[in-house]
Write a protein that binds this ligand. Sequence first.
Ligand code: DGL
Length: 262
Amino acid sequence: MNDAPIGIFDSGVGGLSVLRHIQEELPHENLLYVADSAHAPYGGKSPREIQARSTALTEFLVGRGAKAIVVACNTATAAAIGLLRERYQLPVIGMEPAVKPAVTATRSGVVGVLATTGTLKSAQFAALLESYGKNVRVVTQGCPGLVECVERGELDTSETRELLSHYIEPLLAEGADTLVLGCTHYPFLKPLIEELVDGGVALIDTGAAVARQVRRRIEEAGLATRSLTSGQIRLWTSGDLAQGRRVMEALWKTAMVEPLPT
Ligand code: DGL
């Protein structure tokens, strides 16, 4: 079991921003990644639809021998993590917007959260605000359309730029000095966001923290690999293969993307 791979999924290519951190944290582990690009974005879907997709992808990864599952998607975590943990007897690691570290980091006392509508509407997010959002002002901003830009590999087009500034400007106007990138697609837009906020604003995401949590969980479960050679990575997409290869090559520097069997 120790040499079994870790399975990771997202609604699309966004979770590659988490995969990067997992590879750095656990370089000897074999990693399987599924981009559910045929069904992206998850942000406007019902919890029931997201649960069905999350179960199908977990089933695929478990079928490939995964010893642990990482839900590299804030939206899917909010909708489906409870169900996956009930169904599967293996470590299931999810993620949530980095409200806690942002609350510690802010000096202006205003934190902006960029996330999908699904994440912001979820009970998990309400609980997060209840726990950590008491002494600062947390201003939230749903970002419809942004995931689609990243899915198309448009990280710096005029459409992406316009959409982003439309979402960020109200947060800056409220005095936010710390922005939470509460969706795993958004770290790929960091260079553009940094340009738009023009310094003085901290951007926080949870990729590195999730990777550390994956390490802890597999070590606690006695599942860490004993291999000392570099792990293998396999990538699948449920979406258009040519587009998946083009975008993943740009984001991950490899075109070795396979079609997800239906
Ligand atoms: N990467 C997903 C997340 O972290 C994006 C959700 C979507 O597909 O809308 O929330």
